[in-house]
Design a protein around this ligand. Structure first.
Ligand code: GLN
Length: 280
């Protein structure tokens, strides 16, 4: 026999993390976090305790909490995630914030999210800017299916989906804003073999020897898919800002900038396609 309080104490000891212990218990019981506090003395039925124990064992084996529960909050949205998608990170909300600054509230504009994964960025932008027409691409059909379910779940209708590698499925279409959280970790980075990253899709994380292979492609091809004066914004590693701005400059982008995340690490860079591009 175990009550909610002692089950949580024991799970926290085993996992070394109180939040993980609480999230997994809520999932096992199908209850919100607030319920745990109000019901700390409730005795847990044995079948719930057993279900909780299985989840704790999964977590002890390294599986990310978001893959166990199949959910992760991002921006204001509760999203489905599966092992086919990267788990949305809080620092990626910086990209959403910056992108919103370039999206008018009073008129329509076309937005492209490259490598959408669970749809986190595309759906947050589409949700905040109902006038915008958002297109989200991903190379994986399984991943795109998750993003589409997330759009339906939140009744977000101003977003479309297309399968293919980077710009391939939208070739020839112009956008006002292109955003992406591409893979950018160096392929031999030891972190890829540690912690939650071991369970996430490698193609969403690693990108060649210096981590910049996909960013190079995106920056190279973005200009052909931007209207004059349009913006490209993307996430990158904390030590890649200088290299990324050089790529942007070399490709002809102007008004380059880099923003730091809450941990004061360079995280998002932006460039503008020149207003007079293509007019000369
Ligand atoms: N920021 C993530 C990490 O370091 C990586 C996500 C990505 O490659 N886009 O865990």
């Amino acid at each position: 026999m175990s009550d909610v309080r002692s089950a949580l104490t024991e799970a926290t000891r085993r996992l070394g993390d109180r939040v993980d212990a609480e999230v997994l218990l809520c999932y096992a019981l199908s209850k919100p976090r607030s319920w745990l506090i109000a019901h700390a003395d409730d005795v847990l039925p044995v079948e719930h305790l057993l279900a909780y124990t299985v989840l704790i064992e999964q977590r002890e084996a390294g599986e990310p909490v978001a893959y166990i529960t199949g959910r992760r909050g991002f921006w204001s949205l509760d999203l489905e995630v599966t092992p086919a998608t990267l788990i949305p990170r809080p620092e990626t909300e910086l990209l959403v914030e910056r992108a919103l600054q370039h999206l008018p509230t009073d008129r329509t504009c076309r937005v492209l999210d490259l490598g959408t994964g669970s749809g986190a960025i595309a759906l947050a932008l589409a949700h905040e800017r109902p006038q915008a027409q958002v297109m989200a691409t991903d190379v994986s059909a399984d991943t795109l299916a998750v993003a589409q379910r997330n759009a339906r779940r939140h009744h977000i209708a101003n977003v479309g989906f297309a399968q293919g590698d980077w710009f391939v499925p939208v070739d020839g279409q112009p956008f006002d804003l292109i955003v992406s959280n591409p893979p950018y970790i160096e392929s031999l980075d030891p972190h890829l073999q540690q912690g939650d990253l071991r369970f996430e899709p490698m193609r969403a994380l690693a990108s060649g020897a210096d981590g910049l292979d996909d960013i190079r492609r995106i920056v190279r091809d973005a200009g052909r898919h931007l209207v004059p004066g349009g913006w490209l914004l993307f996430e990158h590693g904390w030590n890649q800002a200088e290299a990324v701005r050089e790529l942007l400059r070399h490709a002809g982008f102007v008004e380059l900038s880099t923003e730091r995340d809450l941990e004061q690490r360079d995280r998002v860079s932006a460039g503008r396609w020149p207003v007079d591009a293509g007019c000369s």
